[in-house]
Design a protein around this ligand. Structure first.
Ligand code: FAD
Length: 283
């Protein structure tokens, strides 16, 4: 275990991408020795469950790294959640990141779970030994009118059984510290890991800010303006920026750092090389 916690996120290959890309990503992450790796989940088809569980199985049994599986609620029935949890247990996952997921235009939600808190409550009853994690949003979730209300809803998620939180990516640590103070003031006492995603390309930053509503602070905007057409330089600047963000978070006493690898092990490795000595090994 590291102090603070250090974890990584990977995702199953996109539907038309070669399945081997994930193994290249996992090979590239070897030696980073994270406390856990989390594997994302798509919208809730049988194939989604099998893919997430399969990658989790490989991480656990072949790479011997503790693993967490994400699970989304909107397009899942109780029966499909049961199926997912059985697959995850066979894969050896120790935790589930219980998520609501995003609405998909034209698709009708199943109706069994409205919020992540409903899924968390269901899992904690069905599978009391599974650790339940949840998502949180330092800059407020896009659909919520204000951070105060979003944190009130977050408290409901914790009361439903979530014992560990991971934030959405953010580029301004002050947003995280403001959110953290509010969450603690409202009685959210579980560990909160800070989600860090290095700037990789103009396209990826545009996608992320559009999808998540994440703010692009002036320092990041200047990097994009200067090196938008020069990917190696933009990525180098992104590595420096993410490393400085992490150093500041550790200095501030953060509970953990969750690195969104985007299945790009080279970026994750270079960031970890910069910050590893700031983390201590506790056991
Ligand atoms: P919720 O906690 O349900 O919150 C959604 C909205 O409802 C918020 O505005 C909240 O304020 C409000 N709300 C919550 N509870 C209540 C309540 N009881 N009453 C009234 N309002 C309430 N998406 C994927 O599809 N797959 C993934 O693998 C994935 N991984 C993620 C990992 C992390 C760390 C994060 C931060 C996000 C991830 N997402 C993933 C995206 C996530 O699914 C979306 O952000 C989604 O819009 C919200 O999910 P949630 O679990 O936070 O929802």
């Amino acid at each position: 275990m590291h102090s603070p916690i250090f974890s990584l996120e990977v995702f199953p290959p996109k539907p038309h991408a070669p399945v081997g890309t994930i193994y290249d990503a996992l090979d590239g992450l070897q030696g980073l020795d994270p406390d856990f790796i989390s594997v994302t989940y798509r919208h809730g088809t049988h194939a989604d469950r099998v893919k997430t569980a399969g990658i989790a199985h490989t991480i656990n049994f072949d790479y011997h790294i503790p693993v967490v599986a994400h699970l989304t609620a909107l397009y899942s029935s109780r029966a499909t959640v049961d199926e997912a949890l059985d697959l995850f247990r066979e894969a050896g996952v120790f935790g589930v990141l219980a998520l609501r997921g995003d609405y998909v235009e034209g698709n009708e939600p199943c109706g069994d779970f409205e919020h992540a808190s409903d899924l968390a409550a269901y899992i904690s009853k069905r599978d009391p030994e599974m650790q339940i994690m949840g998502a949180c949003y330092p800059e407020c979730h896009l659909e919520c009118s204000c951070l105060e209300e979003d944190v009130d809803n977050l408290k409901k998620k914790v009361d439903a059984g979530v014992t560990h939180l991971i934030t959405q990516l953010f580029y301004d640590n002050e947003d995280f510290y403001r959110f953290l103070d509010l969450a603690r003031a409202k009685g959210v006492e579980v560990p909160i890991e800070a989600g860090i995603m290095p700037v990789r390309s103009v396209k990826s930053i545009n996608n992320m800010t559009k999808r998540n509503g994440s703010k692009v602070p002036p320092a990041v905007q200047r990097m994009v303006d200067k090196w938008g057409d020069d990917v190696p330089s933009l990525q180098q600047a992104g590595i420096v920026y993410a490393s400085e963000q992490i150093a500041d978070l550790v200095a501030h006493g953060v509970d953990g750092v969750h690195l969104y690898t985007m299945n790009r092990p080279a970026l994750a490795r270079r960031i970890w090389a910069n910050v590893e000595s700031l983390f201590t090994i506790t056991q």
